[in-house]
Every structure is written in structure tokens, then in C-alpha cells.
Design a protein around this ligand. Sequence first.
Ligand SMILES: CC(C)(COP(=O)(O)OP(=O)(O)OC[C@H]1O[C@@H](n2cnc3c(N)ncnc32)[C@H](O)[C@@H]1OP(=O)(O)O)[C@@H](O)C(=O)NCCC(=O)NCCS
Length: 166
Amino acid sequence: MSPAGSTPDDLELRVVTDKGELLEIMLAAWGSHSMMIGLHVYDVAEINALGLYEPGGRTAALASWTLRGDTAYLCALHSLRPGEGVAIRMLDAVVAAARAAGATRLKAMTTNDNMPGLVFYQRRGFRLSGLYLEAIDAYRSVVPTIIKTGYKDIPIHDAIELEIAL
Ligand SMILES: CC(C)(COP(=O)(O)OP(=O)(O)OC[C@H]1O[C@@H](n2cnc3c(N)ncnc32)[C@H](O)[C@@H]1OP(=O)(O)O)[C@@H](O)C(=O)NCCC(=O)NCCS
């Protein structure tokens, strides 16, 4: 439970229209607001975003997703209240929105360092679907601001793709 005493069920789900906060978080955590999944680059400024908000208005989680054919792509998922279940609720909301839009599967991407992300997605039923060796190094040569190290200062080189049937 948060210091404010609210649980994930108290949070209000909203479509995010002002993406300023999400873009700031992406820049701080990743070094860009574009995300590469598979061979495509998605700009979080231009695609769907959902947010979970505390009763007082503070943000608890943000997610960004888009649809391409029958596949939905989760391009960002950020929890501002780690370990309280808000990312699980945020992911559930993306799954519901993607299903409603006609998607039959949802893909996500993590980097090689991101052990919390890999645990999170696999605990939620995602399976590994691709390993793109040195994809982040290649992407960084185009977008030099992409962070160089991540979880526990592990150097970031590779992209790991995961997916789940909807
Ligand atoms: C990954 C992330 C979204 C999890 O957010 P969270 O709010 O802490 O997650 P929740 O509390 O909703 O869920 C916790 C679940 O995630 C897993 N988890 C989250 N952080 C973990 C960690 N550091 N170590 C192990 N497991 C972790 C747990 O398995 C738990 O699932 P369980 O209760 O079924 O065991 C969060 O760490 C984050 O925002 N990371 C930075 C952005 C990112 O990497 N996003 C994912 C790739 S785009």
C-alpha cells in the first residue's frame, strides 16, 4: 500500500492526452521517447498512452501501446510505485485496450539488463519471442542519447522480445 493508503484498485485509469510526463520519464529512463520493437521504431509521443492515477491526481503508472495488423506493441510501461501491483494493473488495462482494438497478441521489448522487466513479463504469462543481438548498440549509433548501462550497471547491448496471445 502507498503512503497515501491507496491500493491499485483505487487508481483511476485514464487515456493520456498530455504525454509530457511520459516523455520525460522515457528520456530519463531510456534516453529517448522512441522505442524499437522488432524492426520498427515507435515514437511514444505519437501512439496511444494510458495512465493510472491516485485519487489526489498523482501518477502511479504509465503505458504506451499501438496496433500494427493484428499485433499490439507495448512500447513503454513505467511504474512510479514499484512493488505494489500497479504495473500489473497497468498491463491488464493495455491488454483490455489491445483486445478491444482487435489485437490477437501483444509484444513487448526489454533490454538484456532488465531482469525486473523479464521477471515481470514472464510472471504475467509472456514468452520469449526474439533475441536481437546488439540491436540497442545499432540503435544507439542512430540515437546516441540511449542509455549505456541499466539494471545493476549492466551494459545494454541487446533487445529481448516477449509476447503473449490475447
Ligand atoms: C518492471 C516494472 C514495470 C514493474 O513495476 P512494479 O510496479 O514494481 O510491478 P508490480 O508491483 O505491478 O508487479 C510486481 C511483479 O513484477 C515482478 N517484479 C517487479 N520488479 C521486480 C524485481 N525487481 N525483481 C523481481 N521481480 C520483480 C514480480 O514478479 C511481481 O510479480 P508477482 O507479484 O506476480 O510475483 C518496473 O520495475 C518499472 O517501471 N521498470 C522500469 C521500466 C521498465 O523496465 N519497464 C518494462 C520494460 S518496457
